[in-house]
Design a binder for this molecule. Sequence first.
Ligand code: USQ
Length: 385
Amino acid sequence: MKVLILGGDGYIGWPLSMYLSEKGHEVHIVDNFLKRYIEAQQGVECINSPSSLVKRIKTWNEVSGKKINFTVADISENPKLLYRILEDFQPDSIVHLAEQPSAPYSMLGRSQAINTQRNNVLGTLNLIYAIQAHCPEVHLVKLGTMGEYGQPNIDIEEGWIHIEHKGRSDTLLFPKSPGSFYHASKVHDSTNLEFACRTWGHRVTDLNQGVVYGTQTGQSKMHPNLAISFHYDEIFGTVINRFITEATLGHSLTVYGNGSQTRAYIYLEDVLRCVEIAIEKPADKYQFRVFNQFTEQLSINQLADKVALAGKSLDYRVTIDHIENPRVEKENHYFNAVSTHLPNLGLNPTFLTNDLILEMLKYLSDFKDFIDKSKFMPGVKWKNH
Ligand code: USQ
């Protein structure tokens, strides 16, 4: 299959590009390095200094004997180039990951909120038009987020909900209650994509993904130049990756608030498999298909306990600290999300086991000297505006 990966330089995009390339797909990456730009601007960096995209691809092509190609393009600013890429490459599937992924970045201030929504919403809208112009039959796999739903006091269905109201009924998009301007950008994308499916017959799978964790994949282990960008700062570091880094340095785990807030989680290697499943079994024309992409639901306290337990077996001194929650989010809330499509299509879930945490702790121990502990405490406050 010809697969176009938008955002192929990122935490998910790069391992996904290698994974699909190894499986024999013809992979073409597009990226504009926005994340690397924001890293430089915010003074945060990956722990493992990932190589440039050019070096990564060169190394991959040498080590694997396969061939990934790439184009540097900003899909939100340069629709003409995006149109040309689609016209020339004629992909069977497009995996769209080319979005600003950080909730805290989007809450820094007005210009960061606008950057996030401009990049994400306009990029996706340009993509919808480029598809309509040059490959209306293509299957678009779009990375959404579980955070689009928020924490409703009812079960979270998989994208759609059947509602009976005043004697009538309908199946509608599940109500959304995003927790940041970043999460809201994904809601706007979903609205636009569902409209394009309903109106123009596009075929889309929206992957409403939980919080991702992980350090390496089978392909990234093949050569040091293939390392996956790993963040632990409050801007780009997700909670499990942060806790593991904090434990490595003997810093207390930074639980926000009382730690009862529950989220859905997924291991990086499972993400790759989920995308593979989605592209192998595409959505139908006119179908806006939603998969809730996670494998388990845990509270922050449960995460902290698991990391502390694993750390102790390595003789790490792991303590847990409850700090003031910088976000506006529910604590002590109901959370139960449905996820049946991906397991039904063949996903074999990985869980956050002690062995998996130990593997990540061991990987990070090699980078101990590069951890900057001043990046652990959160500074971005949801209410400071
Ligand atoms: N949290 C802590 N301590 C920390 C960091 C986070 O207690 O040191 C808590 C937060 O308060 C929050 C939870 O952990 O309740 C998750 O925070 P996060 O920073 O790991 O994740 P989030 O900001 O929600 O965003 C991440 C990705 C985003 C993706 C989303 C999936 O950055 O791209 O869309 O996870 S989800 O959360 O399901 O919406």
